[in-house]
Structures are given as C-alpha cells and as structure tokens.
Design a protein around this ligand. Sequence first.
Ligand code: TRP
Length: 340
Amino acid sequence: MKKFVSLLLCALLCLSGCAAGNGGASPESVVADPNSSENAGASQEAPSAEDGLLHVGIIQLTDHPSLNTIREAFVAQLNAQMGEKVVIETDDAQNDMSNINSICQKYVGDGKDLIVAIATPAAQAAAAATSEIPVLYSAVSDPQAANLVGLPNVTGTSDAIPVESIFHLAAELTPDAKTFGLIYNTSEINSVSVIEGAKAYMQENGLQFVEATITNSSELQQSASSLVGKVDAIFTPIDNTVATAMPVLAGIANMNQLPVYVGADSMVADGGLATVGIDYSLLGTRTAEMAAEILGGKSPSEIPFEVLDDYSTILNPQTAKEIGIELSEEILASAVQLGA
Ligand code: TRP
C-alpha cells in the first residue's frame, strides 16, 4: 500500500510540474518494461507538445487472447479513423501489480493525451494515477463495482456477462446439473460481482453451489480437483487469474466429465464447454470510436460507459464430445463453435 501511495504521489508531482521523459519505449511495441518508467520525472517537454501528434498509451493487463483481440481491434480502428495524427504505445503488464503501476506512472509522466487500460486491474490503476489525463478502459466486467463510474476523466466499455443467460444455457445443455462449483479469485472485483449475481440466481432457482476460491493461478489445479465428486458442473466468471490457466481447469474438469461454464469466448477456446458472451474485437472497435471522440476534444465525462451486449452462444464441440454431451443440430447451428 505504501508503495502504491508513493507511486501515486510521484505521478501527481510529475503531472503538476516537470512533464515527461518518454521512457524509451517505442510506439506499438508490446513489451513490459517496468524499468522504463525510471525517466518519468526527467525534465523534458511533453511529447504531445513537441510533435503536434496525439499520444496514446495502451496498458494491457496481460498477454491473453481476448485482451490481445481488444488491443488489435482498437489499434486498427483508431488508425483507420485518425492514423496520421496518433502515436500509440502499448505495454503488457504481465499480470503484475508493480508493472501496472509503473506503466501508468510512465504514461502520466510522458504526458499522454489518452490512457487506454484493458481489464479491471489496469483500469483501476490508470484511474488512480491521474485525474487529468483521460482514461478509457475496456473489458471491465463491472465498472460500478470497480469504482470507475463518476470520475470526470474516466469512461470506457464493459464486457458485463449475462449470468442468467449462461445458467439458461447450462439448463439446456446439462439439465441434470444441480450443484455448481464456483471457481474465482476473491481479489478480482470483476469476478466477485459476477459471482454474487450467480449465487443470487442459483438461490432463486433451486441450484446449489460449492465455492473453490483461489488467490493465484498456481492454486487452480488444487481448487478444481477439490470440486471433483462434489459438483455436477463448474461456473467460472471472466476471471483474469482463472483465464490465464484455463487449460489446467479444463484438463481436470474434462477428465472428470464436469462441464465448465465460463465467462469469455477464449475460455471456451481453451477447453471450457460453453458461454454466452461477446465478440472482443467489437469491444475493441467500439472503444477506439470513443477514443477518437476524446482525442477530438470531447471530455470523458460527456461519454457514458457502454456495455457491449450483442451476445452469442459460444460452444466447444470437442469438449462436449470428451465429456459425453450431445449437442443438438439446432444449438450447433445457432452457436459460435470454438476449440480444437
Ligand atoms: N473482464 C475482465 C476484467 O474485467 C477482463 C477480461 C476480458 C478477460 N476478457 C477476458 C480476462 C478473457 C481473461 C480472459 O478484468
């Protein structure tokens, strides 16, 4: 906590006084370079003042397919709309809180015109690092619960998941599943709020649940194994910790004929059975449209955050086969199919 406060203080000092060093990071490079923030206090003109271009920093929580999809779609769309006017720098925080903070601090020190933060922990850190520079987040499952609503310089896009629809799908695919294991990281607010919704739904609909919480991805194997024999199916939200080790969960669950209902398409691709979810490239594209508005001079306070809600059913037919679940022609025809 102490470290965080001092980083914040430094970020504020940089902002109010000395402008920026550009940290040596090259535009478009996806590298985590926690040391590159060391120049953040150097006395130099802000880059935006130097070259007349608009500087965008994209901080991505981790190198994960859904998050990469967002970034790629964002960059493509922003370049299409205002390519010659923007310089985009991207950094991968490698799921590490101190990397997240130093990247945000570097962006603030550099005097970026816009900080784009992909996934909840990155968004929270970016919002804490500056109240001046516009912060645009993407893929934040619950912006309200993450305290990202009502800040004048912050807006973005949400991948809120339709919990009820996922349980309706579960009732259709595996009607005998009455007890669900819930796997999530208790420190991820984006998961906790979805799990609360899931529990409320289950209580109202006569379903039981068993929780198996984790604090990091190395605990996933044990927590998944602990559910074997106790539950009929597993539900896991869009949890960054679970998602990074999804093949571990899928391996154990599929071996034990346990269907895994997940929150995001990539978790289906990684062996989960099914979800009802969004297309992350659309989320990235929409986020870039909002970025163009902000770079064009609109304040984030004039742009309400948006939840992308054109959901599709997403299935992994290979997983269904492995765990002995028959998928009807009808459901296959209407669903996106992922996986091997
Ligand atoms: N919604 C997540 C968050 O709020 C981020 C996220 C989106 C994600 N898609 C994902 C994480 C897929 C892992 C896998 O932080």
